[in-house]
Write a protein that binds this ligand. Structure first.
Ligand code: TXA
Ligand code: MG
Length: 315
């Protein structure tokens, strides 16, 4: 039976014994295990039903610790780390020998970040190992942004969910790779390209190629609910029956309120990011034929929100 609570000591004991525990972060909930314990890491892949070619992100609590788990921290990576950690940014760096290939799916690089959540930072300080953690959803489904989301889907499979409330960012971290000479953005997130380039100068962008083995989690169809998702303006409303609707700021006049979610009535993109995954889950439970979703303005974090909306629609 799963327990849900805020007992950091209990979560730490479970992790020390090789168990998998769900943890809150500012982005989405993670499915965590001791990154140095191969069996515990294998259990994450089993529980998530995740293909073994899709590497995990390692979570730790200080830059000093990061230096144990990577073999090189290039100056530009360190500048990003100092500016944005703890925060929703993952850096892909050459791994140290201490990180098992089970975590990185055989790659010589490791994705690593310091999450910005008080409970999880205390948990990371309470254990003497880093935590490997993908998002705590079955592979391919929408990421969880509160403890109940995790309980709904993985409750039977894990002993404990550390409940840190609703995630304050709501979409996954920005990923910047330092695997090659020039830094490359592999996944969009709250930390935008502009914010990164202001800090370290020009970077490349390599998003959503379904054949890119460096970032298999970036498959074009991902983060998708079971119900078919369709971009709203691509599909005029001839028949509104069995149709759900996710609006950015203003309600659709022809869809009943119980089949509709407004991401941010005050048209705030940060609020929209926080609400997006819960909205997809809520409408997915209604057994509708389709969910129509509006894209949001493409500025700032809007680019990352639209990226997730497009992926949900490709499911
Ligand atoms: O916000 C987040 O990053 C959340 C929270 C829990 O930290 N985690 C998350 O993990 O979104 P996940 O496993 O759902 O997505 C991580 C993605 C992988 O799919 C993979 O594409 C990429 O990160 N990744 C991890 N390690 C990598 C590496 N060494 N090289 C390239 N991509 C990597
Ligand atoms: Mg994921």
């Amino acid at each position: 039976m799963t327990r849900t609570g805020t007992d950091i000591q209990f979560a730490a004991e479970l992790l020390c014994n090789g168990n998998v525990v769900a943890i809150p972060t500012e982005t989405v909930y993670g499915l965590a295990a001791n990154a140095l314990n191969k069996e515990a890491v294998a259990a994450i892949f089993r529980i998530k039903n995740r293909p073994d070619f899709d590497p995990l992100i390692v979570h730790t609590h200080s830059i000093q610790e990061v230096n144990k788990w990577v073999s090189i921290l290039p100056p530009k990576a360190e500048m990003l780390a100092k500016k944005f950690w703890p925060g929703p940014l993952t850096l892909v760096l050459p791994k140290s020998d201490l990180i098992p290939y089970e975590v990185t799916s055989g790659l010589d690089t490791v994705g690593i970040r310091i999450p910005d959540h008080p409970l999880t930072l205390r948990l990371l300080q309470a254990v003497n190992f880093p935590l490997a953690a993908p998002s705590a959803n079955p592979f391919g489904y929408v990421s969880p942004t509160n403890a109940q989301h995790v309980e709904d889907q993985l409750g039977e499979l894990i002993p404990y969910i550390l409940d840190g409330g609703s995630c304050t960012v709501g979409i996954e971290s920005t990923i910047v790779s330092f695997a090659d000479e020039k830094p490359v953005i592999l996944r969009k997130g709250l930390i935008s390209r502009e914010m990164i380039e202001e800090t370290i100068g020009p970077v490349d962008m390599h998003i959503h190629s379904s054949s890119n083995p460096k970032a298999p989690g970036m498959l074009a169809s991902h983060y998708a609910p079971k119900t078919r998702v369709v971009i709203a303006d691509a599909s005029p409303l001839t028949d509104a029956s069995k149709t759900g609707y996710i609006a950015f700021a203003a309600a659709h006049r022809h869809i009943p309120a119980d089949r509709q979610v407004i991401l941010s009535p005050k048209a705030d993109l940060y609020e929209a990011a926080r609400s997006l995954y819960a909205a997809l889950r809520r409408l997915d439970q209604k057994h509708l034929d389709r969910i129509l979703i509006e894209k949001v303005p493409e500025t700032g974090i809007g680019a990352a929100i639209n990226d997730r909306i497009m992926r949900a629609a490709n499911g």
